[in-house]
Design a protein around this ligand. Structure first.
Ligand SMILES: Nc1ncnc2c1ncn2[C@@H]1O[C@H](COP(=O)(O)OP(=O)(O)OP(=O)(O)O)[C@@H](O)[C@H]1O
Length: 448
């Protein structure tokens, strides 16, 4: 009887805990990681760090001084090769971060090349290596597949033009920072997740003091929902033509303002004089390039020229391009590759062919092409994001419905600035969502 009751008392909680952990592993990997994965991985890392680094080829011969000290002060005859020094170990809700000081003879690329071996040695889902400053790298381990069900980290980078859009596979937020990467291109096949990406971007931008301008020549099917937060919208190539002229006019006026104050870009102006930043969202860019008649051709050439001018010059005037499409290559016609070269931020979802993957990331991060081609078709929203720094990573946006994005735009309609030069393109607002306009420039310190 006593044996049976002991079995119940000890066995039941054990079985319950094991069952709970098994359930959490599948249904709540974040909880499982915090309760079991993190402690186990931390111990595993601490116990076999030196051996792992040794077998992964990440140790170097010690300096002569160190060898001398080991032999003569520590009185040890054998002088072992040294691994990178562990400077910091920090657990997160998705993984483990380890800062390493690299010894002379090792470079970040050596550690990155071993990341697959380290991942297996420590039994984690992924290991990403990031150089934090010269001589230091951070190993960003994730304990589970964070892209399976995206939850954005609570702590996010901030700045005047920073928008968190998606989650990287190392568990950090992927942000669009318009001051660092002013213009960007998003590519992807049908149903690959481009609209979801745009929705997340618009939802983030809608909360900032910026003007949003939409060009959606699919009769506005994507952008109409954002109307309360748009300062201008073009839904046909004819309207896009006029709108782009208006934007170039706006840019030239801003250059006059910069010249009058002797500064190089709008962020150097005092806040009360600074024109509101403008983000131009172009959906399905191929629609601007397609021509049926000779007259269309003239319009196309004009639009492409204006877009290239904006791409080349508008950053200083605080006008940023966010272009989206299925493909963007020389087959679209004159000016396509010149425009693409200006769009240095790249996000490439699943594509149908190698050529499109190369159009997307081949010029900025050639080693990312294979990863784009391997993006799983059954997981829409996963993409490769990179820029001209050569750095890239796999990302996935959180799910956001069109209705939720539209609701965010309506809730922030009062932030929609008037752009007088584009007033003719101000979209009609659905009833009940009328925006109260704010002035073109930020309020002066006296009135703020
Ligand atoms: N990050 C994501 N997480 C989960 N599901 C997603 C994600 N992104 C997209 N999807 C789903 O994939 C499908 C296609 O997404 P979306 O409409 O964004 O693709 P698209 O590339 O814009 O397609 P199209 O070019 O045909 O308009 C939708 O059902 C959407 O809900």
């Amino acid at each position: 009887m006593t044996d049976v009751s002991t079995l119940w008392e000890v066995g039941l909680p054990l079985v319950g805990t094991a069952g709970g952990l098994g359930y959490a592993k599948v249904r709540a990997p974040r909880v499982f990681w915090s309760l079991a994965g993190l402690p186990v991985t931390t111990v595993r890392f601490a116990v076999n760090y030196r051996t792992t680094m040794d077998v992964c080829g990440l140790t170097v011969q010690p300096s002569r001084l160190r060898a001398f000290m080991v032999r003569n002060i520590a009185r040890r005859p054998d002088v072992q090769p040294v691994p990178p020094m562990v400077r910091r170990v920090r657990g997160t809700s998705t993984g483990l971060r380890v800062t390493l000081r690299l010894p002379a003879g090792l470079e970040p690329a050596d550690v990155a090349a071993a990341s697959e071996r380290l991942r297996h040695a420590w039994g984690v889902h992924s290991v990403n290596v990031v150089e934090t400053k010269p001589g230091f790298v951070e190993l960003r381990m994730t304990g589970y597949d964070v892209l399976k069900k995206v939850r954005m980290p609570r702590q996010q980078l901030s700045g005047p033009m920073v928008v968190p859009v998606a989650l990287r596979e190392d568990g950090t937020a992927f942000v669009r920072d318009y001051l660092k990467v002013p213009h960007a291109l998003t590519l992807g096949a049908n149903q690959s997740g481009k609209s979801m990406y745009q929705r997340n971007l618009v939802a983030g931008l809608a909360r900032l003091p910026v003007a949003l301008v939409g060009i959606d020549c699919k009769r506005g099917v994507e952008h109409r929902g954002y109307a309360p937060r748009l300062s201008a919208l073009a839904i046909t190539p004819e309207e896009a033509d006029g709108l782009l002229d208006g934007l170039v006019g706006e840019m030239e006026e801003r250059f006059d303002l910069l010249a009058d104050h002797g500064v190089a870009d709008i962020w150097a102006l005092p806040e009360y004089l600074r024109p509101v930043p403008v983000v131009v969202l172009v959906d399905e860019v191929a629609e601007l390039f397609l021509v049926a008649t000779k007259k269309d051709e003239e319009r196309r050439d004009r639009m492409v020229t204006q877009l290239i001018r904006l791409g080349q010059l508008a950053r200083a005037a605080g006008i940023y391009l966010e272009v989206c499409g299925q493909r963007f290559g020389s087959d679209l016609g004159k000016g396509a590759t010149a425009l693409r070269a200006q769009l240095t931020g790249r996000t490439v979802h699943r594509v149908n062919d190698k050529q499109t993957a190369e159009m997307g990331v081949g010029d900025i991060a050639p080693d990312a092409v294979a990863t784009v081609l391997a993006l799983p078709p059954d997981r829409p929203g996963i993409a490769v994001a990179g820029d001209t720094s050569g750095g890239w990573s796999r990302i996935r946006t959180p799910e956001l419905t069109a209705a939720e994005a539209a609701a965010i735009c309506t809730a922030h309609a009062h932030l929609t600035p008037d752009l007088p030069g584009l007033a003719a393109y101000r979209p009609a607002i659905p009833a009940g969502a009328a925006p109260a306009s704010v002035p073109l420039v930020n309020p002066s310190p006296a009135t703020a």
